[in-house]
Design a protein around this ligand. Structure first.
Ligand SMILES: Nc1ncnc2c1ncn2[C@@H]1O[C@H](COP(=O)(O)OP(=O)(O)OP(=O)(O)O)[C@@H](O)[C@H]1O
Ligand SMILES: [Mg+2]
Length: 279
């Protein structure tokens, strides 16, 4: 896919998310008629759980999200809550699309223990999907971005995952703590407010918030540098929601002195890629 096609895909998905129950409403809601067989992806994130459905042409036809609170750093810590959230997302998607969704793909953060990765699949099975395929989040993001030679950096709520791709092949994966939640903690400390208020402030006043967040963004950049020491020749492609603060990606590229590519609605890159992975 060209950069323009990726941007169009993400914008369309953001419009669907805005129109979904619980949607932020920031984008123009999108309506669509699915064509062909549907593919469902479930992204069990630390900050939010996203369900995305693509039609047979690869176009998103349903995207919805709820705060998860059931995972820490991508590891399921409250199975029942995760199951409830996925079931609710699945039920709503089935109603909206007027069809049964029986299979799905889901993903785990890079480098977690195998039983933790399997737990992501069990959550989806418990929530009613009969057939669940499993991939890692960075490979999923690559399915959306189609990066052949580059580093995908997924900065989510709790952690920063990287995947190094050469000639379209994944050659290394790594993951370290550090993400949007840490930015909230630092902003809360700097301004003497709660983390919930900091989360709102970060989005409502990104310009005013950014100066407080630069040192933490540089720590995220430093951990990207350590995880990609063998790949300094490759550009960084930023996925995940945490760097959606205007100017944040520039802090990362300035610190590292590396080409950095960012995308609109970057928090949807991984969920859409998970759905592309579904059979
Ligand atoms: N518009 C925005 N501006 C700033 N930050 C944002 C914005 N939208 C989302 N975020 C931040 O992005 C983070 C969530 O990103 P994402 O959905 O990629 O994480 P996740 O997949 O839930 O977490 P993880 O991948 O670490 O398990 C949150 O910390 C949130 O504050
Ligand atoms: Mg994520």
């Amino acid at each position: 896919m060209s950069d323009g096609q990726v941007t169009a895909l993400l914008s369309r998905a953001a419009g669907l998310l805005a129109g979904a129950p619980g949607g932020a409403g920031a984008d123009e809601p999108v309506r669509s008629v699915p064509v062909g067989e549907l593919r469902t992806g479930v992204d069990l994130g630390t900050a939010s759980c996203v369900l995305a459905v693509l039609d047979g042409t690869g176009q998103p036809v349903h995207v919805a999200s709820y705060p998860s609170g059931a995972l820490r750093d991508g590891v399921v810590v409250d199975f029942a809550a995760a199951e409830r959230t996925v079931r609710r997302l699945r039920d709503e998607a089935e109603r909206a699309l007027a069809t049964a969704l029986t299979s799905a793909a889901t993903a785990y953060p890079p480098c977690i223990a195998e039983p933790d990765a399997r737990a992501c699949r069990f959550v989806c099975e418990a929530a009613g999907f009969d057939k669940v395929t499993l991939t890692d989040e960075v490979t999923a993001a690559q399915h959306t971005l189609g990066v052949s030679d580059g580093v995908i950096v997924d900065v989510g709520g709790g952690s920063t995952g990287v995947g190094i791709f050469r000639s379209g092949r994944l050659v290394a994966l790594a993951d370290r703590p550090g993400g949007g939640h840490h930015l909230d903690l630092v902003l809360a400390g700097a301004l003497g407010i709660t983390t919930e208020e900091a989360e709102r402030r970060k989005r409502a006043d990104p310009r005013g918030s950014l100066p407080h967040l630069v040192p933490t963004l540089e720590r995220i950049a430093e951990s990207v540098r350590l995880m990609t020491a063998d790949a300094e020749d490759l550009p960084l492609h930023i996925a995940g929601g945490a760097l959606m603060i205007p100017g944040a990606a520039e802090v990362i590229s300035g610190y590292l002195g590396r080409e950095t590519v960012s995308y609109p609605h970057a928090l949807l890159i991984t969920p859409l890629g998970i759905a592309r992975y579904a059979s």
